[in-house]
Design a protein around this ligand. Structure first.
Ligand SMILES: Cc1cc2nc3c(=O)[nH]c(=O)nc-3n(C[C@H](O)[C@H](O)[C@H](O)COP(=O)(O)O)c2cc1C
Length: 305
């Protein structure tokens, strides 16, 4: 009852570990089998290895966390040589999450990953566009579309574009990447945020700002998934603060065909498994999981603007 097909890829359940929160799967294998999950979106991969930002790069917040890890990863060649062979032995959807500093870099990553074992490409367009003074690709419909087009031309894999919530109109960006050929959307990435140590007057993160994730962002994510999925015809993978099966159901009712779980894993490494078990129970009472996708019934509003 939990199985579903997303972008032509069979998922045994709609729960995917979010990029940057589950490594390459191996790290958690001693707790429960990786194959319990519907899929894994691997740590954000770049052309060259990156050591990430200076510490401190994690800060606690009410009901969430800030991170400025900065895409620490061994680079795409090491991913292909050392991590992908392991993932290929698992009956699980493998989503390669990629980041670049130009559309050409995204395209080169996509070409390298147009290989057996990668099921879906997820484009992290929250990263900075060096040609535009570091503004993120995902904050502008034109640059978001340019990255999408470059990757579509370079790869035959299904392309899921991961949107940043740090925009005024998520629908505008969603429509732009759909028109550029995206096969699906995933959202939301982290919300840019900041904390200050009042004793030192310095930001807690060495990078000054970071990305907020966890339950604190859940209602924002539900609203954005609702708006984005309503604006496009392509499917949406929803994430942002999901910590329980009820959260996953809510996100799917907002319009998500599948969900990703991120920060909740740092609080409880069994969270994805508990969510899958909870969804199974939910389905016993309510039928097939696909039926709840977009099932929200809006209220009549008194004051339309
Ligand atoms: C420590 C950490 C590292 C992350 N690394 C990545 C990454 O490499 N690529 C990416 O697209 N998103 C990354 N994210 C964002 C998550 O995949 C997810 O979009 C976000 O945290 C919201 O979901 P959550 O509240 O369930 O964590 C990272 C998040 C965290 C907390």
């Amino acid at each position: 009852m939990l199985s579903t097909t997303f972008l032509g890829v069979k998922l045994k359940n709609p729960v995917i570990a979010a990029s940057g929160t589950y490594g390459y799967g191996r790290e958690y294998e001693s707790l429960f089998p990786l194959e319990t999950l519907g899929g894994i979106s691997v740590k954000g991969t770049t052309l060259m290895p990156r050591s990430g930002n200076k510490p401190p790069r994690i800060a606690e917040t009410a009901s969430g966390m800030l991170n400025s890890v900065g895409l620490q990863n061994p680079g795409v060649d090491a991913f292909i040589a050392n991590e992908l062979p392991y993932l290929k032995t698992k009956d699980i959807a493998v989503i390669a999450n990629i980041s670049g500093n130009s559309p050409e870099e995204f395209a080169e990553l996509a070409r390298k990953l147009d290989i057996d074992g990668v099921d879906i490409l997820e484009l992290n367009i929250s990263c900075p566009n060096i040609r535009e003074g570091g503004k993120s690709f995902g904050a502008d419909p034109v640059t978001a579309a340019a990255v999408t087009r470059a990757v579509k031309a370079a790869s035959k894999k299904p392309v899921m574009v991961k949107l940043t919530p740090n925009v005024t109109s998520i629908s505008e960006i969603a429509k732009a990447v759909e028109a550029a050929g995206a096969d699906a959307l995933s959202l939301i990435n982290t919300l840019t945020a900041m904390r200050i140590d009042i004793r030192t007057k310095r930001p807690i993160l060495a990078n000054n700002t970071g990305g907020l994730s966890g339950p604190a962002i859940f209602p924002v994510a539900v609203r954005m998934v609702y708006e984005a999925s309503g604006a496009v015809k392509i499917p949406v993978c929803g994430m942002g603060g999901i910590a329980t099966a009820e959260d996953a159901v809510e996100m799917m009712m907002a319009g998500a065909a599948c969900v990703q779980v991120g920060a909740a894993i740092f609080r409880d490494a069994y969270a994805p498994k508990k969510i899958i078990d909870g969804l199974e129970k939910y389905c016993l009472d309510n039928g097939n999981i696909s039926e709840i996708v977009g099932a929200v019934k809006l209220n009549e509003r008194d004051n339309e603007w």
